[in-house]
Design a protein around this ligand. Structure first.
Ligand code: SF4
Ligand code: SF4
Length: 192
């Protein structure tokens, strides 16, 4: 996604149809481009290039390259899901859900930031976003009960969510191994 649209390539609207078919993407065509969402977005205050109105318009116009520009889809993943935009939108566009729908489509097309893959890998290995073994050593010292490694539970959830393909991060790009991508599907299996 870029701030200017000088070289915008408008597509065939297949992206819009795919996003609308995704749970959360149904309100795409309600947008009248008023910009109320962008005016109140706290993420945009910090990162001006992140603009929810622009995301919606680019998706509606089928500008796939702009929507998924940057490493692993780039700016799309900055939305914090705070719901400010949704509460203010005069058209009832469910923007946080819509942006999640766009991300989901992006993931299926192989656009996943490396930071997200790193988090998936942590969940796969530990069932949490931290290494419980290291954490437990500190907890034991102060008399707290150990945390359980929930790797098996989360591995089952990742499979159900269709994320069993996700590769380990640290490759040449954040998209390898995604459906339609070029990487492998190495899994880390650990006992809970
Ligand atoms: S506030 Fe709603 S109608 Fe206005 S640009 Fe944002 S999504 Fe579109
Ligand atoms: S939900 Fe996302 S797009 Fe909407 S205001 Fe919050 S950060 Fe911005």
């Amino acid at each position: 996604m870029s701030e200017g649209c000088d070289e915008l390539v408008i597509g065939d609207f297949a992206l819009a149809a795919e996003v609308e078919a995704e749970p959360g993407g149904e309100s795409l065509r309600r947008c009248m481009a008023c910009g109320t969402c962008s005016a109140g977005c706290p993420v945009r205050e910090v990162v001006p290039a992140f603009d929810p109105r622009v995301i919606v318009r680019l998706v509606a116009l089928g500008a796939d390259a702009e929507v998924f520009a940057g490493e692993g889809g780039g700016l799309l993943w900055l939305c914090s899901g705070c719901n400010t935009c949704e509460e203010r939108c005069p058209q009832g566009v469910h923007l946080p859900s819509l942006i999640r729908a766009v991300r989901n489509v992006g993931v299926r097309r192989g656009h996943v930031p490396r930071a997200m893959l790193a988090q998936v890998e942590l969940l796969r290995q530990h069932g949490r976003l931290l290494e419980v073994e290291e954490h437990n050593a500190r907890r034991t010292k102060v008399g707290l009960p150990e945390l359980r490694n929930q790797a098996a539970d989360y591995q089952a959830l990742l499979e159900l969510a269709g994320l069993g393909w996700a590769p380990k991060p640290g490759g040449t790009g954040g998209t390898e191994g995604a459906p339609g991508g070029t990487g492998g599907t190495e899994r880390t299996e650990e006992a809970p």
